[in-house]
Design a binder for this molecule. Structure first.
Ligand code: AMP
Length: 386
């Protein structure tokens, strides 16, 4: 097993103290993969082409570096406030969400932001603009409107984010964006995010970005073909015997077992211990030291079985993890894709086994709907004979 890296901390990404404090207040413990990759690049002022969709933590991946750079540039000092960062989003809901992120991450930093979108009266938006903002989050239509009315100037923009570019395309905003580009200063940082890269989007990215660093995380709705997925239809009380049985069969492999709850993870670790199978549990109630130890022992092969909750497993990045077991199914189907994505990475083959009790059949249907794949199911009596 090759260990690529251990879970990073926000400190290691060189995030400034006031932002670290805000992240701690939000309850974020470790950066998500897209944050780990994008934040250091964006903090250096480089252009970025990010493939990531909602749910990956991409908003913080661009918001944090922008806040930090503006803060470092002494934005809050005396003079008139000009708009220095522009974030374009396709929908008002997304604009509002992105605005909330800026509000939260900049809670201890003196930068101001405003959010503008259509479908509502513009008065409160133009009032906010008149008071002066550093960061503007906007949908293309209302931005265009307020520019035409003379409320917005973009000639001081230093950071430009195009968020969900592929959705912009679907919604017919590409012409608006192309019209906007010449109005932005050429000397600027551009951060470009899209869940997918159809040709029209790749072309737009080429036109907008200068020597961009590419960062990406796999789209969340699909499981790569190199992962074999199997479903065990099993009653809840049988799950522990099935797990022990499977782990005894696969004595060579490193196995990542997912548990929905911290309590569940500890319980699984205890019952494996009783069965003489060494394992470690990884979850948010463990100290940082204990978590790092559990992870490095797992990566070195010292511990063969790691039982993790979804949050704790964020950021575990191991090439060549051969087997993932879902001891229980996650409530959110995307989480299944994230879990299963721990195996079959970088072209390696992998196996993902899921235990599904009668109560979890609804979750299983949601997962199959999301991934568009019917999972091969194995009846447990059969499996236990094997
Ligand atoms: P996004 O993909 O930006 O829409 O973020 C998805 C969700 O993840 C949001 O609810 C964020 O507040 C949350 N989030 C973002 N980064 C982290 C992190 N490092 N740890 C925990 N939650 C996060």
């Amino acid at each position: 097993m090759t260990a690529k890296h251990i879970v990073m901390t926000f400190q290691e990404l060189n995030i400034s103290k006031p932002i670290l404090q805000a992240l701690a207040e939000k309850g974020y413990e470790t950066p998500t993969p897209i944050q780990e990759k994008a934040i250091p690049v964006a903090l250096q002022g480089k252009d970025l082409l990010g493939t990531a969709q909602t749910g990956t933590g991409k908003t913080a991946a661009f918001a944090i570096p922008i806040i930090q750079q503006l803060d470092g540039e002494g934005t809050a000092s005396g003079k008139r406030r000009d708009i220095k960062a522009l974030i374009l989003t396709p929908t008002r809901e997304l604009a509002a969400q992105v605005g909330e992120c800026f509000r939260d991450y900049a809670a201890h930093v003196g930068v101001r932001h405003a959010v503008i979108f259509g479908g509502v009266n513009q008065k409160s938006q133009t009032d906010a603009l008149a008071r002066g903002v550093d960061i503007l989050v906007a949908t293309p239509g209302r931005l265009n409107d307020l520019m035409n009315q003379g409320f917005i100037r973009l000639d001081r923009i230093r950071h430009f984010v195009l968020d969900e570019a592929d959705r912009m395309l679907d919604m017919g905003f590409i012409a608006d964006i192309k019209r906007l580009l010449p109005k932005l200063p050429r000397e600027r940082q551009t951060l470009f995010f899209s869940a997918t890269m159809p040709p029209a989007i790749a072309e737009l990215a080429r036109a907008m970005l200068r020597d961009p660093v590419r960062v990406g995380v796999a789209p969340v709705a699909s499981v790569v073909d190199t992962v074999e997925q199997r479903l065990y239809l099993v009653e809840k009380p049988q799950k522990k015997d099935l797990l022990i049985h499977l782990l005894r069969q696969e004595t060579e492999k490193s196995v990542l077992v997912f548990s929905r709850t911290k309590h569940g993870a500890d319980k699984i670790a205890r019952l494996l211990a009783r069965a003489g199978i060494g394992s470690a549990a990884l979850h948010g109630d463990k100290s940082q030291g204990a978590r790092e130890r559990a992870l490095s022992n797992f990566k070195s092969g010292k511990t063969r079985v790691l039982i993790a909750t979804d949050i704790a497993a964020r950021g575990i990045d191991i090439i060549d993890l051969p087997l993932v077991i879902n001891y229980d199914l996650p409530d959110v189907p995307e989480t299944y894709v994230h879990r299963v994505g721990r195996t079959g990475r970088a072209g390696n083959t992998g196996m993902a086994l899921s235990f599904c009790s009668r109560e979890e059949e609804g979750m299983m249907r949601d997962i199959q709907k999301l991934t568009g794949k019917k999972l091969r199911s194995v009846m447990v009596e059969l499996a236990l004979e094997g």
